[in-house]
Design a protein around this ligand. Structure first.
Ligand code: MN3
Length: 211
């Protein structure tokens, strides 16, 4: 079954002024759509993977034939990461706050909420070139801030430094922020907190905790 671009859960201008409508439009209908199209193209005729979910492809990247693995890794990652990204954003003031349970887990793993934010932003700032910063739940339940290059994600066990279940992530490719922030990734990451959809992060955390 071919993969498709998921619907955006809000209007393209909903995240303004933090993320402008033009960036949202280009990012989703051009960049994200290209990952979808290129993933479908790469898997065309690969009957063995016809019923695989996007999660399965990311989690079992080592099972993808080497001849197509690099293109599948880039584009399945790109599709997964952006499909994850849109719903964990919400209009300023609409995203709620971390749940009591999530706040407690963040406190236990990082020492404080501010220490978590600092670690998460640092992960994004230190990522040279293009990639993502993540809050992940590692095996055993501890939370960690990490980053991945390109379109890799924490589901890709054996391919990334800090595998786990992604709870929050931010795209630090220049295409995610260049129109509004130009080269100022730090400003983009500082503003990002205003549009985090904690309701969705809480839901993912509750689901991950259930196991
Ligand atoms: Mn992107």
């Amino acid at each position: 079954m071919a993969f498709t671009l998921p619907p955006l859960p809000y209007d393209e201008n909903a995240l303004e002024p933090i993320i402008d409508a033009k960036t949202m439009n280009i990012h989703r209908t051009k960049h994200h759509q290209a990952y979808v199209d290129n993933l479908n193209k790469a898997l065309d005729g690969q009957v063995e993977f016809a019923e695989w979910t996007l999660d399965q492809i990311c989690e079992q990247m080592g099972s993808i034939p080497e001849t197509i693995r690099a293109v599948v890794r880039n584009n399945a990652g790109g599709h997964w990461n952006h499909s994850f990204f849109w719903p964990i954003l919400a209009a300023k003031g609409q995203g709620g706050t971390p749940s009591v349970d999530l706040a407690a887990a963040i406190g236990a793993s990082f020492g404080s909420f501010d220490a978590f934010k600092k670690g998460f932003v640092e992960a994004g700032m230190k990522r040279f070139g293009s990639g993502w910063a993540w809050l992940v739940m590692k095996r055993g339940g501890a939370l960690a801030a990490s980053s991945t290059p390109n379109q890799d994600n924490p589901l890709m066990k054996g391919f990334v430094d800090s595998p786990g279940i992604p709870l929050l992530g931010v795209d630090v490719w220049e295409h995610a922020y260049y129109l509004n922030y130009q080269n100022k990734r730090a400003d983009y990451l500082a503003a990002f907190w205003d549009v985090v959809n904690w309701n969705e992060v809480n839901r993912r955390f509750a689901e991950a905790t259930k196991g």
